[in-house]
Write a protein that binds this ligand. Structure first.
Ligand code: HPA
Length: 235
């Protein structure tokens, strides 16, 4: 397939590493590149969806924004995997807790991602597909989280097409099924990776709770974010 793509202007596969961190916010991608990576080059600015490649502890790694929602991460992850040959895609983001025992800033590792989206209909499967993380990446993330001593939970998350849902109680039905938290991207990322034989993982920080209505402040989020980044970068 031809590069550059409609959404990524990198003119060579070599400009993007085999492993990429994917925050939703492109300015978060810039923050990660500025604060955690060395020898950084910028490989994309199309639509301001900033992408960078650098090194972390001597290993090459890329970071790029995905935008919000499954259509957006669907496009970027598809192009990264199928056009640029990216092998390991690690989403780092925030989520809303659906279980009462989850606290603000807890880390959630998405083993699987349920969804209310139509994204998976494109595969025309004779049943229901279960978008699942790479076990290899998941296992490593759990190991690093344990070593860091952070509070983490591993399980099913919900990738929702709506942030403002007309049915304000719909999340409770997912909560009944043991789903830990809601975000808006993982299911599409996992499906794209599965379809193309790549590895994907989602690591989230709880930024708000649908159960208790607690919310984090932007400053507080920064600290929690650092823990999540430490896990993601070690992968
Ligand atoms: N809903 C969807 N995505 C989110 C939320 C939420 O409450 N919090 C953080 N990401």
């Amino acid at each position: 397939m031809a590069i550059p793509t409609p959404h990524i202007s990198a003119t060579s596969k070599d400009l993007i590493a085999e492993t990429i961190l994917l925050p939703g916010d492109p300015l978060r991608a810039k923050f990660i590149a500025d604060n955690f990576l060395e020898d950084v080059i910028q490989f994309n600015a199309v639509r301001n969806m900033l992408g960078f490649t650098g090194t972390y502890k001597g290993k090459r790694i890329s970071v790029m924004g995905t935008g919000m929602g499954m259509p957006s991460i669907g496009i970027y992850s598809y192009e990264l995997i199928n056009f640029y040959g990216v092998k390991n895609l690690i989403r780092v983001g925030s989520c809303g807790a659906l279980q009462p025992y989850l606290k603000l800033y807890d880390i959630i590792i998405g083993m699987s991602a349920s969804t209310n989206s139509n994204y998976l209909h494109q595969y025309n499967l004779p049943g229901t597909f279960a978008p699942t993380a790479s076990f290899e990446l998941l296992e490593k993330a759990v190991k690093v989280a344990r070593e860091l001593g952070v509070i983490y939970h591993v399980g099913n998350i919900l990738s929702s097409d709506t942030f403002y849902d007309d049915d304000s109680e719909a999340w409770k039905r997912w909560a009944k099924m043991g789903v830990l938290a809601v975000e808006m991207e993982a299911a599409a990322l996992y499906a794209n990776a599965a379809r193309a034989g790549a590895n994907a993982l989602t690591i989230l920080t709880v930024s708000d709770s649908l159960v208790t209505h607690e919310e984090t402040t932007a400053e507080e989020r920064q600290t929690a974010f650092t823990n999540m980044m430490k896990i993601a970068l070690e992968l």
